[in-house]
Write a protein that binds this ligand. Structure first.
Ligand code: FAD
Length: 318
């Protein structure tokens, strides 16, 4: 079922959903199931599965030369989606990227998703590969998520890359896109970022999932700005509980989001990561409660592959 249909059927009740990462290459699918199992109690209507593009590594050949290798550390997005739908009978939502994909790759990926009975996809640009500073599209690929949304929407209208295909069937994907309450790291301003967010909606996206934030006011302000710009689709807040001291620096660096001073101070005072984890859970419970009171359609949690803290939060909310 589509995310928009899940929301329509919820009769105003806030739903619970979460995002998982495919396991690192070499790990068994059981490692994913072990983390999903405890969260099924909260009846998620869907589970998002992230996509991880290739990385470049350099292997020493022993003669002073280096060999460039292309590796995918977390393959398996498609397989995990199929496994989730099969095992739990809930909607699995693959993330799909511009980065590393030609338009032909994208079309074939979408055909696989359609055959698997996947009803939703989250369309993203992706980041630059780790060894590069700026995002670079494939020669036959998309530069921005809005272009990817257009391609998915074309397929929903039965328009394939080869326009001479006869009797082509239409897909019916519900398309989600990313939004950034504290603006995307490359955007010159929040207004310009929202301008391009609107482009993704105009191209056919039906809902927005936000980047993580730790101060609800940032989300409320963002929603208000989006509504003023005429963006009417659901804006689903994304939440992540802090779990380690290291994340105090890592999260702002990696995701370009601010942490409130009160949260920073509480984490700094913690003796160990067990205490930090508890602070993170309590902070996230407070955020969740306020967002539920504000009537958000869904609370979407970034589990990062570990569920015990999400479980502790969901217990208090759902
Ligand atoms: P876009 O919407 O294309 O925007 C990228 C930048 O370009 C923004 O600054 C925007 O303002 C600007 N822009 C957009 N259109 C134009 C235009 N026409 N002209 C000029 N500027 C423009 N990454 C992964 O690798 N895998 C995942 O599974 C994944 N899941 C995510 C899930 C969520 C909910 C979020 C919030 C992020 C996720 N990401 C993931 C990270 C995401 O890929 C990065 O944040 C990426 O840098 C931007 O992706 P986007 O889809 O927001 O890009």
């Amino acid at each position: 079922m589509k995310v928009t249909e899940h929301i329509a059927q919820s009769e105003g009740k806030t739903l619970f959903s979460f995002e998982i990462l495919p396991p690192l290459k070499g790990q068994h699918v059981k490692s994913i199931f072990d983390n999903i199992d405890p969260l099924m109690e909260y009846k998620p209507p869907f589970i998002d599965v992230t996509y991880h593009r290739e990385e470049y590594t350099f292997k020493e050949l022993g003669n002073g030369l280096l060999k460039k290798q292309v590796v995918k550390k977390r393959p398996g997005t498609v397989g995990i989606c199929a496994a989730i739908q099969n095992k739990y009978q809930v909607d699995a939502i693959p993330h799909i990227l511009c980065g590393g994909f030609t338009k032909e790759d994208t079309e074939n990926f979408l055909i696989d998703m359609d055959f698997l009975g996947i009803d939703n996809v989250v369309a993203l640009r992706g980041d630059a590969v780790k060894s590069e500073t700026y995002f670079r599209a494939e020669p036959e690929g998309h530069r921005y998520a809005s272009e990817l949304v257009s391609q998915i929407q074309d397929l929903n209208n039965g328009k394939y890359l080869d326009e001479e295909l006869l009797n082509s069937s239409k897909t019916d994907f519900c398309i989600g896109v990313a939004g950034y309450p504290e603006k995307h790291m490359e955007a010159p301003s929040l207004d310009s970022d929202i301008h391009f967010l609107k482009k993704k909606i105009k191209a056919g996206a039906a809902y927005i999932i936000t980047q993580m934030f730790f101060d609800n006011q940032k989300y409320f302000d963002f929603v208000e700005k989006c509504r003023k710009e005429g963006i009417t689709v659901p804006i689903i807040p994304g939440l992540k509980p802090i779990a380690t001291k290291k994340q105090l620096n890592l999260i702002p660096h990696r995701f370009k989001v601010d942490l409130p001073d009160d949260l920073i101070m509480e984490v700094v005072r913690c003796k160990d990561n067990k205490a930090v984890r508890q602070v993170g859970i309590e902070w996230c419970i407070q955020q969740s409660k306020e967002l539920v009171s504000a009537g958000v359609p869904i609370l979407h949690y970034y589990s990062m592959g570990r569920s015990s803290n999400i479980d502790a939060i969901a217990k208090e909310i759902f």
